[in-house]
Ligand binder design. Structure first.
Ligand code: V47
Length: 366
């Protein structure tokens, strides 16, 4: 890369990236502050191609949110309802029915997350998983964030290890990356002071990985967090990944302010969306995948993200509630051909994957 075309503060960082050297906190801060988004994106794109070549991954999935009743009261959330305040809770039969809406043999993943419901017994969750497995034996169940696992273990009065074991026996195949928000105490205490700490989130992720399950990781950005707190978040994830190698994918989550207690905030812009993807790709040098989650940043920005460090767009989703209840204007789902079109137009090769990033060969799956 020609250093004459770069902002001066990026010259040394670019050399380190091209030599495969790890970036530190100060360099991460520089990447978040540089006005030179083009160089940032090109560097991230170089690393992305080293990891994933020209692949543009997607999957055929469906989200399932069994309840939005939640005791935690996070300030950034427009989805949750306090107990007795008009939320919904699906019976098991309703949840199975919901999973079947729009279901076809093509679906390879259910993404299952919900509120922290104070009264649902632990058996509801094990029955939910085993009932889904019985009805949809080929579908991978990516279920429950680290925050939900912590809550369920306390509800069930089980150790976190036993909680993970029971859910796994019932059908949990991996875990999604939500609930991480921002690990730094200062920002976390403003946006979600009743939630488990960042350290606890990481500790549970460690247990999930030690149990042999994969998981993802996220960061919620564009609210009250500082640039330093973002880099700190990424470095803490990188440290755990060095230890466990259990994370598959990092997903930056763009904050949507509408209908939340932080509705006075403007929310992130497209420039920040792309910067978040690029910096994540450069700092998380041990994460195989970075996702541009089209639901949160729009299909168009996600498509550009495929050339700024991301290699994955997530999937068809079908019915997204969490950010649509916080004002998201994107569709609630996309078809396979729409996703493939976006990826192809970005100059990438669309590759349908399963949750564990194995290519899905349609003729076989059908
Ligand atoms: O945990 C909640 C976030 C997460 C808002 O693992 C909000 O593959 C923006 O984690 N504005 C759920 N974000 C989504 C999530 C996810 C999505 C797609 C793929 C994967 C994966 C994980 O959404 C929550 C929270 O961090 N969130 N409210 C909001 N107003």
């Amino acid at each position: 890369m020609d250093s004459r075309l770069m902002s001066p503060e990026l010259v040394e960082i670019a050399a380190k990236v091209l030599e495969g050297q790890r970036l530190n906190l100060e360099e991460g801060i520089t990447l978040y502050k540089t006005p030179d988004l083009h160089t940032l994106g090109r560097l991230a794109n170089w690393v992305r191609e080293k990891w994933n070549g020209n692949a543009g991954y997607f999957n055929i999935n469906r989200h399932l949110n069994p309840t939005n009743v939640c005791v935690v009261d996070c300030k950034f959330c427009g989805f949750a309802r306090k107990p007795g305040k008009g939320g919904y809770t699906m019976s098991l039969e309703e949840a199975y029915h919901h999973a079947s809406l729009g279901y076809s043999e093509a679906v390879t993943e259910f993404h299952i997350v919900g509120g922290l419901h104070p009264y649902l017994p632990f058996s509801y969750f094990t029955d939910l998983l085993s009932g889904l497995k019985q009805r949809f034996p080929k579908v991978h169940l990516k279920a429950f964030t680290m925050v939900e696992l912590d809550f369920l273990s306390r509800r069930a009065k089980l150790s976190i290890e036993d909680t993970i074991r029971s859910l796994r026996e019932a059908g949990m195949d991996s875990c999604p990356g939500g609930g991480a928000e921002i690990f730094a105490e200062r920002a976390r205490s403003i946006i979600c002071d009743h939630k488990v700490s960042g350290d606890r989130w990481l500790e549970i992720a460690r247990k999930v990985h030690q149990a042999g399950l994969k998981s993802n990781a996220t960061m919620l950005y564009g609210h009250v967090e500082t640039v330093e707190e973002r880099v700190d978040h990424l470095i803490r994830l990188r440290q755990l990944q060095d230890e466990t190698k259990g994370f598959q994918c990092f997903i930056p989550l763009a904050f949507h302010p509408a209908n939340t207690a932080l509705s006075h905030l403007p929310g992130p812009t497209a420039m920040l969306d792309l910067r978040m993807i690029s910096v994540a790709r450069l700092i998380l040098d041990n994460f195989p995948h970075i996702k541009a989650y089209w639901i949160m940043i729009s299909p168009k920005t996600a498509q550009i993200g495929l050339n700024f460090g991301a290699d994955d767009l997530d999937g068809t989703v079908v019915e997204e509630k969490i950010v649509h209840m916080a004002g998201a204007q994107t569709p609630v789902g996309m078809t396979r051909s729409e996703i493939e079109h976006l990826i192809r137009e970005a100059g990438r090769e669309p590759i349908e994957r399963d949750t564990l990033y194995r290519p899905v060969h349609r003729a076989e799956a059908a």
